[in-house]
Every structure is written in C-alpha cells, then in structure tokens.
Design a protein around this ligand. Structure first.
Ligand code: AMP
Length: 191
C-alpha cells in the first residue's frame, strides 16, 4: 500500500472521505486537526494552542511537525497512511517528504476535493449545529478560507510539479465522490 494526502477547503468533506478511504483500503487516517483537538482535550497542549484553533489560525509549524512525526513513527507498520489537514504549508510539505523518505514510503498521490466557498460555508454552518467545534462559526470560517487559499496555492503547485496532484469535484453526493476517489486510488495502487 501507499501513502496519500487529502486536501479540501473547509467543508469540502475531506475528513469524511478520508475516513471512508482509510476503511476501504486499510489505511491509517491521520487528521492533524483531530489529533490537536484530542491532545487539547487530554490537557497535553496549553491554552495558547487552544486559542490558535479557536481563531482558525495555523498552530506553529514546529509543534505540528513534531506531532506528525510522532504519529508517523507510531504507525510504522501500517499498510499506508492518509494525511488530512497536514501539510498546510510548504515547509510542512518538505518536512513530510523528509520524514517519509526516512521510512522509504513517499507520498503516492495527493487528492484534492474541490468545492466553492459558498458551498463550504453552507456545509460548515450546518455542521456547526452538532459539531461543537469552536472554529465552526461564520467569522472563523472566513478566516479559515482565507488561510486555506493563501497556503494552498504554493502547496498544490509543489505537488503538481511532482505530478502527484489529482483534483476531484466535491459538489455531488457523498457516495459519488467516494466512488470517484476510490477509483483514483485503485488506479494508483495497481501500478
Ligand atoms: P482541521 O480540522 O484540519 O480543519 O484543523 C483545525 C485547526 O487545527 C486549524 O484551523 C488549525 O488551527 C489547526 N491545524 C490543523 N492542522 C494544522 C497544520 N497542519 N498546521 C497548523 N495548524 C493546523
């Protein structure tokens, strides 16, 4: 098996799709946001980190790099990994490449789910009714979109140049998008 990254603006459904794909292909789903929220809940990270998340700002690179390094090492025996929410900057992308090089398992493909900002905002406001996430509110969503677009362009270029980028339309039904992603992964893993 191979390692993958899933990208998508807030509300694109990347977390849901990553979980489905992990289940389908026996991959370990590594969501940086979920890991951070869990560590905050367990009291492993301080108030400062909590504030970054509540504001929709990126936590310091060194912290997230260290957290993901620990997770990659912890799942050494996994069939493959699917990264969700990481990397979010070029520096993180380079660090990830470096870590996976040590493991001898580079990223096989980067899957990007594309949706419009209007659709993303609509979905997050819907999710906010039940998610309990401090960053699922209108002001923070705008900020998360702004950061996403600023940070994503260079990263997408980085993977496009490596010929690893696959773009999927995220507007259809959840299952339709899943089937589409599944086909793409099957193609990659069969070569
Ligand atoms: P997510 O669940 O991916 O939307 O992430 C929620 C929040 O966690 C983000 O708005 C950031 O505050 C923080 N976060 C998650 N992943 C990263 C990352 N790779 N680098 C910096 N901050 C992150």
């Amino acid at each position: 098996m191979k390692n993958f990254i899933i990208f998508g603006a807030p509300g694109a459904g990347k977390g849901t799709q990553a979980k489905l794909l992990a289940n389908e292909f026996g991959l370990v789903h590594l969501s940086s946001g979920e890991i951070l929220r869990q560590e905050i809940k367990n009291g492993e990270l301080g108030e400062t980190v909590k504030k970054y998340l509540a504001a929709g700002r990126l936590v310091p690179g060194k912290l997230i790099d260290a957290i993901m390094e620990k997770e990659i090492k912890r799942h050494k025996k996994a069939k493959g990994l699917i990264f969700d929410g990481f990397p979010r900057t070029i520096s993180q992308a380079k660090y990830l490449d470096h870590l996976l090089k040590i493991e001898g398992r580079p990223i096989a493909a980067v899957l990007k789910i594309r949706i419009t900002e209007e659709e993303g905002i609509k979905r997050i406001l819907e999710r906010a009714k039940t998610s309990g996430r401090s960053d699922d509110n209108k002001v923070t969503i705008k900020n998360r979109f702004k950061i996403y677009h600023q940070e994503m362009h260079p990263i997408l270029d980085y993977y496009r140049e490596q010929k690893k980028l696959i773009i999927i339309d995220g507007h259809g039904e959840l299952n339709e998008i899943f089937q589409n992603l599944k086909e793409k992964i099957k193609k990659i893993t069969s070569v």
